[in-house]
Design a protein around this ligand. Structure first.
Ligand SMILES: Nc1ncnc2c1ncn2[C@@H]1O[C@H](COP(=O)(O)OP(=O)(O)O)[C@@H](O)[C@H]1O
Ligand SMILES: [Mg+2]
Length: 248
C-alpha cells in the first residue's frame, strides 16, 4: 500500500500469526514521517524483525495494513550478508546491478556510497579481510546505492564490539543528518535508541504490542557526548522503565 504524502511508513493495526500458530505481533500501529528517524526496542522474540519484514514486503501481515513510500526500502541486517568472492566495490554494486542500472550510473552511485561510508582505499578488498565494523559499512553502502527514502535497520551493530558500535552509530547519525532519509532502527540498546532517534517505540513481549512511544527532545546534529546530558539520561530512564513493563 502506498503511504500518504509526508509519510514514509505506517503500520495500522498490524498483526502477524505464522502458519504454525505463533503470534508474533498484535495490533501494532505507528507511523514514521518522511525524514524521521524512529527506534524500536523490545524483548527478544517481540516481533521486531517481523515488523521490518512486513514493512519491506517480505512478509504479509495477517491483519491490519502497512503503507510505505514509493521507493523500495533499504534494509540493513545484523549479518552483513556479503558475497565472499566479491570485492568491497562489487558487493556494494550488487543491488544497482540487479536493478539493471546502466554501468556509468552504477559507478557514480557506488563511488558516492563508498565515500559516504568512509570505505575509500578498501574497494578491492575481499570481505574476509575486513573487520566486523567495516563489513557493516559495506552492507550500509550497498543499501545506500539505491538511494532509498526509508531505511530499515535490524540490530545492525549487534555483533560488533562496543567501541565500533559507537563509531558506527556516529556514522549512521552523520549520514542521516546529511541525507535525511526516514529510518526505522531496531536495537536492544536503550542508549543507542535515544541517541539516534527522535522517537522510541517500546514493544511488549510476544505478541509484540506498542507499550509506549517516547519522544526524544533533541534536534540534529547530535554530538557524541549528548549521552551524558541530564535530559538524555531522563529520557533513557523513561524508555528503560517502559521496557521493564514489557517483561512484566
Ligand atoms: N517464519 C516463522 N514461523 C514461525 N514463527 C516465527 C517465524 N519467524 C519468526 N517467528 C517467531 O515469531 C516471534 C517473533 O520473531 P522476531 O520477529 O524474529 O522477533 P525479534 O526480532 O523481536 O526477536 C518469535 O517467537 C519467533 O520465533
Ligand atoms: Mg530480530
Amino acid at each position: 500500500m502506498l503511504a500518504a504524502s509526508g509519510v514514509a511508513l505506517e503500520f495500522r493495526g498490524v498483526g502477524k500469526i505464522f502458519p504454525d500458530g505463533t503470534e508474533a505481533v498484535r495490533g501494532v500501529s505507528f507511523m514514521v514521517e518522511d525524514g524521521q528517524f524512529v527506534a524500536v526496542v523490545g524483548p527478544s522474540g517481540a516481533g521486531k524483525s517481523t515488523l521490518l519484514r512486513v514493512a519491506s514486503g517480505l512478509t504479509e501481515p495477517s491483519s491490519g495494513t502497512v503503507a510505505v513510500g514509493p521507493t523500495v526500502p533499504g534494509y540493513v541486517f545484523q549479518d552483513p550478508t556479503l558475497l565472499p568472492w566479491r570485492s568491497v566495490q562489487a558487493n556494494i554494486a550488487l543491488l544497482a546491478q540487479l536493478a539493471g542500472l546502466p554501468r556509468t550510473r552504477r559507478r557514480e552511485l557506488v563511488a558516492e556510497a563508498i565515500s559516504l561510508t568512509g570505505l575509500e582505499g578498501f574497494e578491492r578488498h575481499l570481505p574476509r579481510t575486513l573487520s566486523g565494523g567495516m563489513r557493516m559499512r559495506v552492507s550500509l553502502a550497498r543499501a545506500l546505492t539505491m538511494r532509498p527514502s526509508l531505511f530499515l535497520f535490524d540490530e545492525p551493530f549487534g555483533a560488533v564490539d562496543e567501541i565500533t558500535r559507537q563509531r558506527l552509530g556516529q556514522e549512521v547519525l552523520r549520514l542521516y543528518e546529511r541525507e535525511r532519509f526516514a529510518g526505522l532502527f531496531v536495537t536492544h540498546s536503550v542508549v543507542e535508541a535515544v541517541w539516534l532517534a527522535s522517537r522510541v517505540i517500546v514493544l511488549s513481549a510476544r505478541p509484540g504490542r506498542v507499550l509506549a512511544e517516547i519522544d526524544v527532545p533533541f534536534d540534529y546534529p547530535r554530538p557524541l557526548d549528548l549521552r551524558f546530558d541530564a535530559v538524555f539520561g531522563a529520557t533513557a530512564r523513561t524508555v528503560s522503565a517502559a521496557l521493564q513493563e514489557s517483561f512484566a
